[in-house]
Ligand binder design. Structure first.
Ligand code: CA
Length: 235
């Protein structure tokens, strides 16, 4: 049995919420964090979510790594074409992190710096890898995790959906265990909270965990739009 919660908030500083999310009864979950200014960011993330939603409405099964990658490529094309048609949307693009639950298998696809986490036996694990400059710098040993959190170019993405004609998509899958908890979130959550705080709120046994995570990001400063989807699996 799946239990899920979602929440999103514009935050305390920004005027637009450029994050979009999708929660469906087809056990597919998606967070997209748009960018591009002049309200184009929310258009990009919404085009991506709409592409996925339309495919589901058409009866498409989006529950294998290939089918997830395929819908990412179509979302990429839709945003890219919109950029060509509307020059004022030139800078737009979006991150996208998607999770599909197929029986006892979790299948995911990802581009950008939104994240998928899994809480299992009290251990919080980041499943996706950020496609950001600072993640690359941490990986090659140039800076520490702590330095990454304060880096002036923390927001610079190395990969995003809709920016180029083709997009390289990370995908993966793993077997689900009883009581696994999954979190999909935008960087407005991870930049405003600590992983320890996220872990405690996910493990706590009450209420809408997504709303509590979003509230924690607002309490932490709310400098960005913040979005969280929490999915719990219980046998
Ligand atoms: Ca963001």
């Amino acid at each position: 049995m799946l239990k899920y919660y979602s929440a999103t908030d514009v935050g305390l500083v920004r005027k637009h919420n450029e994050d979009s999310l999708l929660v469906t009864d087809k056990q597919l979950f998606l967070v997209a964090d748009g960018m591009g200014g002049h309200a184009a960011g929310d258009i990009a993330s919404r085009i991506f979510v709409t592409t996925v939603d339309a495919a589901l409405q058409d009866g498409e099964n989006i529950d294998t790594q290939d089918s997830l990658r395929n819908v990412f490529i179509r979302g990429n094309q839709a945003i890219y074409i919109s950029r060509l048609v509307h020059p004022e949307r030139r800078g737009m693009g979006t991150t996208a992190t998607m999770l599909s639950i197929r029986e006892k298998t979790a299948v995911w696809a990802h581009v950008g710096d939104s994240r998928l986490y899994r809480l299992r036996n009290g251990e919080l694990k980041q499943i996706t890898r950020d496609h950001s400059l600072v993640a690359d710098l941490v990986e090659n040993g140039s800076i520490t995790e702590a330095e990454a959190r304060k880096h002036p170019h923390k927001n610079m993405l190395m990969r995003a959906v809709g920016v180029e004609e083709f997009v390289q998509v990370d995908t993966g899958e793993f077997a689900i265990k009883d009581n696994d908890i999954f979190l999909l979130c935008s960087d407005g959550l991870t930049n405003m909270t600590s992983e320890e705080e996220i872990k405690q709120l996910l493990a706590a046994d009450d209420g809408n965990k997504a709303a509590k995570l979003v509230q924690a990001a607002l309490d932490g400063g709310g400098l960005d739009n913040v979005t969280a989807i929490v999915v719990e699996y219980h046998e």
